[in-house]
Design a protein around this ligand. Structure first.
Ligand code: HEM
Ligand code: HEM
Length: 173
């Protein structure tokens, strides 16, 4: 096995697309709240996209356990760091949506969504620890995501070892 299975590849790139959408939607909701015009639909759509990422990640870990992964590219320190970053990314793909769900569940957003009444939406998230946790985890995901992409670029353009093919739908055999 020299490549990730097709379904692992599809979920990897689908997760990237959904992450970009969730990031923009989350920022838009945050901005709208500060301007006093947040909408229920804004929160709902962000929650659905973020929740889909959680479900996809659980599915992905199941696929991973069934399909396996290609052997490590090497045994250097950088290869071990890259593997550690993969594990941390998986942890974030679970913890970030969970903190989002906690944020809704422990704030007035939950009441507003249940009553479908935008006047109940909170102006501030005071006394909601999950709000700060969600923001910190977003930053952590961006930092690790950037390091991960820089690693992929290094393999592609400096080391030229064809690592990207492992995460490609084009099959070698
Ligand atoms: C991987 C998935 C997710 C990503 C990448 C993400 C990203 C974001 C971002 C970038 C923000 C804005 C933070 C800021 O500008 O300070 C945000 C806010 C928020 N997110 Fe998420 N989120 C995800 C999942 C979820 C889920 C599943 C829920 C709820 C079920 C959720 C609920 C919220 C809420 C309530 C806010 C606060 C918006 C506000 O400030 O009014 N998020 N998220
Ligand atoms: C343009 C953006 C991206 C590129 C070019 C890229 C590329 C790759 C490549 C080539 C691999 C295979 C590495 C190997 O075989 O050692 C990989 C694996 C992985 N990527 Fe990405 N990636 C990107 C974005 C992301 C994002 C945003 C996330 C998640 C937040 C992510 C999470 C992962 C994980 C968890 C693995 C490990 C898969 C496993 O072993 O189960 N990637 N990526």
């Amino acid at each position: 096995m020299t490549q990730y299975s097709k379904r692992m590849v599809i979920v990897h790139w689908l997760t990237l697309a959904l992450l970009i959408a969730a990031w923009f939607l989350g920022d838009a909701v945050n901005e709208a709240r500060h301007e006093g015009n947040a909408t229920l639909m804004g929160y709902a759509v962000h929650a659905v996209v973020g929740g889909t990422i959680l479900l996809l990640t659980i599915l992905r870990l199941y696929f991973r356990s069934k399909d396996g992964v290609p052997p490590p590219v090497g045994q250097s320190l950088m290869d071990k760091v890259a593997k550690g970053i993969h594990h941390a990314l998986y942890a974030l793909l679970i913890l970030l949506p969970v903190s989002g769900i906690m944020q809704v569940a422990t704030s007035k957003v939950c009441d507003a969504l249940r009553a479908w009444d935008a006047t109940l939406l909170p102006a501030k998230f005071e006394g909601v620890p999950a709000h700060g946790v969600h923001e910190i985890l977003v930053t952590a995901l961006i930092v690790l995501g950037v390091v991960h992409v820089l690693g992929a670029i290094k393999h592609q353009f400096i080391m030229k070892d064809g690592l990207m093919e492992r995460m490609s739908l084009r099959r070698k055999d």
